[in-house]
Design a protein around this ligand. Structure first.
Ligand SMILES: Cc1ncc(COP(=O)(O)O)c(C=O)c1O
Length: 385
């Protein structure tokens, strides 16, 4: 029997980890195990499989809400990339965020949350958590004194985005984690905007890392999915919550995300390269009022980003054209290559105008040739002011 390895480098693990030829058919690609249930030869075998699955052995399959081999392959691949003991996949990024918070917070507990987070995560902490007796304090995570002041004796979790939506602020994860641990709280990082090829929050002291796998992990805008990674003792309650709340991932989505993750390091490198070129171009143009990109020295967290991101600053950037909402629309509505769309993390560049949020434009920079992107942006800007 050959001794198999996943390799050691990130690109190798993105391709190999979690995946082996199918043991029954020798199919090289991980199949979509489209089955609700799993069958056993004996009652005793069934009993053993169910017992193990409900003690959260993720490789004991009896029913696909609780565990499925395609989903498990994705979990093992992501755990390898994050440097985590375990991972659990769910039906969407929001399923992962909510399962994580509900698994680790109960009535009477307190959450400190980043004051700038994804809009639906905001709904969760403004409405759903307080309705269940969980106290919440929003804080600017780049302000450590404000964070320190927000702790109460009941603070159990600190939740933040590694690069915030949409202003791309990056708090120092090591400092946040050190402070939270001193106060007995877990740190949960939503790393959706950067992805594990650029930043692995567990290496910086975080306890759990969440992704909307819908974004960079999938990379092709064809699946909705979420993942949470960390030590098994912290993942087991999230797996249980995902099971109880019926947030199981579809094996078809997991198949698509598995395929996407194999090229994550390549896409993260190309997207970062393109984003830096666009950020520099936009910042030098008088028809642009400002650009927020962690790779630019003008970004307030540039020094931290330069230290932790290894020279690649991600593919998200936000900017504002001159001329308010009119200027914003003049730019977006004349682009000939890039589409206007709400998502991010695709190989396609997506432009997301926010007329109700100061007429800013958020860009998710894709993997196109940079000269084509620059040409499109020159065209859009030629209609501004
Ligand atoms: C930072 C962040 N977290 C979580 C989510 C939620 O992911 P999903 O849309 O897969 O539920 C999103 C979605 O845009 C996001 O941007």
């Amino acid at each position: 029997m050959r001794q198999r390895t996943d390799g050691t480098g990130l690109a190798t693990r993105a391709i190999h980890a979690g995946e082996r030829p199918d043991p029954t058919t020798r199919a090289h690609n991980t199949p979509i195990y489209a089955t609700a249930t799993f069958a056993f030869d004996t009652a005793a075998e069934k009993e053993d499989a169910v017992d193990r699955a409900l003690e959260w052995d993720p490789r004991s399959f009896f029913y696909s809400r609780t565990g499925n081999p395609t989903n498990r392959a994705l979990e093992e691949k992501i755990a390898s990339l994050e440097g985590a003991e375990d991972c659990v996949v769910a039906a969407s990024g929001m399923a992962s965020v909510s399962a994580t918070l509900f698994a680790h917070l109960g009535a009477g507990d307190h959450l400190i949350v980043g004051d700038e987070v994804f809009a639906i995560t905001r709904v969760l902490w403004e409405e759903d958590l307080p309705r269940r007796g969980i106290g919440v304090t929003p804080v600017d995570m780049t302000d450590l004194a404000a964070l320190e002041a927000a702790f109460t004796p009941r603070t159990r979790v600190v939740f933040l985005e590694s690069s915030t939506n949409p202003r791309l602020r990056m708090a120092d994860l090591a400092e946040v984690s050190e402070l939270a641990h001193r106060r007995g709280a877990l740190v949960v990082v939503d790393n959706t905007f950067l992805g594990p090829a650029l930043l692995r929050p567990l290496e910086h002291g975080a306890d759990l890392v969440v992704h909307a796998a819908t974004k960079y992990l999938s990379g092709h805008g064809d699946a909705v999915s979420g993942v949470v990674s960390g030590p098994k003792a912290l993942i087991d309650p999230v797996r249980k919550q995902t099971d109880t709340f019926g947030q199981a991932a579809s094996p078809f989505s997991s198949f698509l995300v598995l395929r996407g993750v194999r090229t994550l390091p390549l896409r993260s490198a190309k997207g970062s390269e393109n984003a830096l070129a666009l950020a520099e171009f936009l910042e030098s143009d008088p028809r642009v009022e400002w650009v927020r990109y962690p790779g630019l020295p003008s970004h307030p967290d540039h020094a931290y980003a330069a230290r932790v991101l290894g020279g690649r600053f991600g593919a998200m950037l936000t900017f504002k054209t001159a001329g308010g909402v009119e200027g914003m629309q003049a730019f977006t509505d004349h682009l000939a290559l890039c589409d206007i769309g709400v998502s991010l993390g695709d190989v396609f560049t997506l432009v997301y105008p926010r007329p109700k949020d100061g007429a800013i434009i958020r860009l998710s920079v894709g993997c196109e040739d940079v000269d084509d992107l620059l040409a499109d942006f020159r065209l859009g800007l030629s209609f501004v002011g």
